[in-house]
Design a protein around this ligand. Sequence first.
Ligand code: HGY
Ligand code: MN
Ligand code: MN
Length: 424
Amino acid sequence: MTLAVSETVRALGNRSEEMIRALAEITETEGQITRLFLSPEHKRAAALVSDWMEQAGLTVSHDAIGTVCGILPANRSSSNKTLLIGSHIDTVINAGAYDGPFGVVAGILAVSEIQKRGIELPFALEVLAFGDEEGVRFPSTLLSSSAVAGVAKPEDLEATDADGIRLCDALKDFGGDPAATAKAARDPDSVLGYLEVHIEQGPVLEAERLSVGIVTSIAGANRYRVTLSGMAGHAGTVPMHLRSDALVGAAELICAINQIAHEANDHGVVATVGELSVEPGAVNVIPAEVVLSLDLRAATDEPRHEAARAIKQAADKIAAKHGLSVGFEQYHEVSTCLCADRFQNTAEKAIKSLGLRPLRLMSGAGHDGQAMSQLTDIGMMFVRCQGGISHNPLEYVEPHDMGLAVEALVRWIETIAEEERAKS
Ligand code: HGY
Ligand code: MN
Ligand code: MN
């Protein structure tokens, strides 16, 4: 890498870190990062991202579901197509600073660099900052990107959060327009593709001592709400063999889920119970009802379906043993999603032009690309994160790696432009 390039990479990395830190300040809870969909914090983050997009020379708009869109028209338009670049600005609870935001920051900085360098593109560029990728506030996920992809369903807007607030009402308060979400959908013929730069959220790049990598596919996933219902009773008077204790059943089910995933680990099956509620939740009352969340994923679809079947069979056995009823409400399913060869290959060229080894790897984490793949071809590039830690305040990305990822994104876009010009 020449001195000039490494100077540019350093500056891009430092600017990325400044922008990441500015976004990290916007949180509902002092001392941690929590920024949920359609919250006041989401609104403030969207306003900050809009400012950055305007400073980068983009024409900014907000779609009906709150996505911030910044367009750079083609300067020599031989096609009426737009290359979309995006990621999300919502977070999990007590999150890291980079999961999502870095993809938006990288897109803005890359588009700014392309203009600074006078790079001519035969297509327009548009940076998108999605507000509902994590799906933590409402039982939905990938809703903003699904709206852009034209696959969001009206019933998705009826979901309610833990306070009983309907998504459509929260969207109105946010300044969005539930009745117009269909208008957020893009015409597939107007889109060249969708690129996303994201932290790896896993240990591979660090183990391979690489700053960036090329994503081959994104693991499919199911999300469920599982309800076990038993019988409330007096903790002092009901003998153990006469109880229908929903929490004991839930505890056995959680261990069974864990065991099933361990046994199918060769297929990349992972299962997580992240939420649990107990009713009535009193020290001297036998638990009557437990609701737990289940997040189930695998490298390919069949092992995930197989694990789901095994978990439901185990649940039925445990429910029968404890005199409980058990119900699985699936509220999300997305199949394994492939990144287009043309975007993997152009990403490889871009990474090689930086003198870096181009490693290809799958993503166990979900991304907006899963929704966007229903609109257009997608490509993803990963950047190394320390210890592979994510969904954790310890999440950290070296500024140098961020600078390299932004420079790689600029070259990725240039390589795609060369390919497009060669076609015409
Ligand atoms: O859950 C995921 O994989 C993503 O972080 N939303
Ligand atoms: Mn993410
Ligand atoms: Mn995430």
